[in-house]
Every structure is written in structure tokens, then in C-alpha cells.
Design a protein around this ligand. Structure first.
Ligand code: PGA
Length: 267
């Protein structure tokens, strides 16, 4: 586990976006695991800019989103499909047929969740999984007490998550308001299968979830702590989200050493 503490979220976002762009250059048919929420927006805007300015090609990229609400139509402004169109898909030349979301339309959702997993496998697995983390430590919509081995399925959202989500409900028209209590989400096991995981967390509200995920015991009560089981995960943090970590000086030293080894051509 690598922990990168930046002075500002922008700096962390730049590092993460640049790594994705470099991976895309190496592998034009990169398989990306995508997250929604306010945290990854900076990565997406940098990817869109790179496409528009530097002609970075997304035509062969395959994408798998982590989660989607059950209930609202896919073109609802609060659906995660709409979110992704607005922040990434409409700004790059990704192929519609290469975009995948966990299933939210029945019947047979359980079977369709299994199909979603099979589609990830058929694509060769996820190369890079982008993640945020909830205040309650959820990754995707794997709420506290989710099995650490869970696969894609329908989950009931917690009160805390519903409260956090309600901040996006700005529509004046109450018929446009969305209060989904269910979501389809990739499981913790699904996330851990990704070859590389990049988690970003910014702001004081995330500090406890970040502390337990990095330094706490592995527990289904804090789903982010399952990432300790992964061999290639980086936490990109700002000063506020890292405020409760006890070994922050050590993480800085580790990063400095890694940079030095790289400069000397040893890595
Ligand atoms: P946020 O959500 O990026 O909007 O803070 C993260 C999450 O709940 O996973």
C-alpha cells in the first residue's frame, strides 16, 4: 500500500490523472473501473482535456462503473450514467458499446449481476480501478458489514449514505428529486480483482475512513480496510483527509525514497 499525501487535492488529482494517461498510452484498450461522486471529477476533467488538447484516444478503452441506483431511469439527471456522460463520456471518444454499468433493470437482476462480472472477466479484468471512499468507509456502495468477498449485487444504502447523497438533490422540482435506497454495486471482491487501485480522498470528513482503511484492522465494518489485502493500491490524500494518520512522516519518507530510486534508475 502506497500513501501519497499532497498539500492540495489538485496535486493528488494531477498525479492520478497522469498515471492513467501514461497507462493509456501503453495500452490503448485499457480497462478502467470508474467511480462517481465529487472526488473523481478532477481526474475526469483532466482526461477530457487530454483528449481535446492532445488527441488522447479513448476509442478502444473499456469502462466498468462501480455502481448505479436502482429505480430512476438511466437518463435521470441524478443517475450515475448521467453523471458519467456529463463528466467524462461526452468529452472523450469512448465507444458506447464499451461502457458498462452494474445492472439496475429487472427482471433477473441476480443473473445480470453475474453477467456483469463475466463481462469484466471477458475484457481481461480491470487494469486500473478509480475509487473514492464514503465517510462510513464504503467503497462503491459496499456499505459497512459487506462481505469482504462480495461480488456485484444489489445493496441497501445506509442512512449516512442517503444523507450524503441528498446534497446532490438540488432540483427545485420535487418530481426530479431522487431518493434511491437501493443500488447495484461491484463487490469488494470485484474491486480487489483489479490489477491496480487508485483511491482518492479529500477533506476532513474522510479522515476517519482513511485512517481506519490504512492503519486500522481489516474489518467488514470499514470496507475500505479490505484494500490492505491488495498488492498495488495507492491512496491519494490531501492534508485534511490524512490528518488522523499516525505514520504520515513515514509515508512521506517512503515516497521520497521511491522517487530517489526511480531517479537513479533502480526502480
Ligand atoms: P464523494 O463520494 O466522492 O462524493 O465524497 C465518495 C463515496 O461515497 O464513495
Amino acid at each position: 500500500m502506497q500513501v501519497i499525501v499532497c498539500d492540495q487535492p489538485d496535486e493528488a488529482t494531477e498525479l492520478a490523472a497522469n498515471e492513467i494517461l501514461a497507462a493509456l498510452e501503453k495500452k490503448p484498450d485499457l480497462v478502467l473501473g470508474l467511480a462517481t461522486g465529487s472526488t473523481p471529477i478532477g481526474i475526469y476533467s483532466r482526461l477530457v482535456r487530454a483528449h481535446q488538447e492532445d488527441k488522447v484516444d479513448f476509442s478502444r478503452v473499456r469502462t466498468f462503473n462501480l455502481d448505479e441506483f436502482v429505480g430512476p431511469p438511466s437518463d435521470h439527471p441524478r443517475s450515475y450514467r448521467s453523471f458519467m456522460r456529463k463528466h467524462l463520456f461526452d468529452g472523450v471518444n469512448v465507444n458506447e458499446g464499451n461502457i458498462h454499468f452494474p445492472p439496475v433493470e429487472g427482471p433477473a437482476l441476480r443473473d445480470k449481476c453475474r453477467d456483469f462480472e463475466a463481462t469484466i472477466r471477458d475484457a481481461g479484468g480491470i487494469d486500473i480501478q478509480i475509487l473514492g471512499i464514503g465517510r462510513n468507509g464504503h467503497i462503491g456502495f459496499n456499505e459497512p458489514t459487506s462481505s469482504l468477498a462480495s461480488r456485484t449485487r444489489i445493496k441497501t444504502l445506509t442512512e449516512k449514505t442517503l444523507l450524503d447523497n441528498s446534497r446532490f438533490d438540488r432540483e427545485k422540482d420535487s418530481t426530479q428529486k431522487l431518493a434511491p435506497t437501493l443500488a447495484a454495486t461491484a463487490g469488494i471482491g470485484t474491486i480487489l480483482d483489479a490489477r491496480r487501485i487508485m483511491l482518492q480522498a479529500f477533506g476532513r470528513a474522510k479522515a476517519e475512513a482513511v485512517r481506519v482503511s490504512i492503519e486500522g484492522p481489516i474489518s467488514s465494518f470499514w470496507p475500505g480496510s479490505a484494500l490492505q489485502l491488495h498488492d498495488d493500491v495507492t491512496f491519494y490524500l490531501d492534508l485534511e483527509s490524512s490528518a488522523l494518520l499516525t505514520m504520515v512522516d513515514y509515508y512521506r519518507q517512503v515516497r521520497k525514497n521511491a522517487q530517489e530510486l526511480e531517479e537513479r534508475g533502480l526502480m
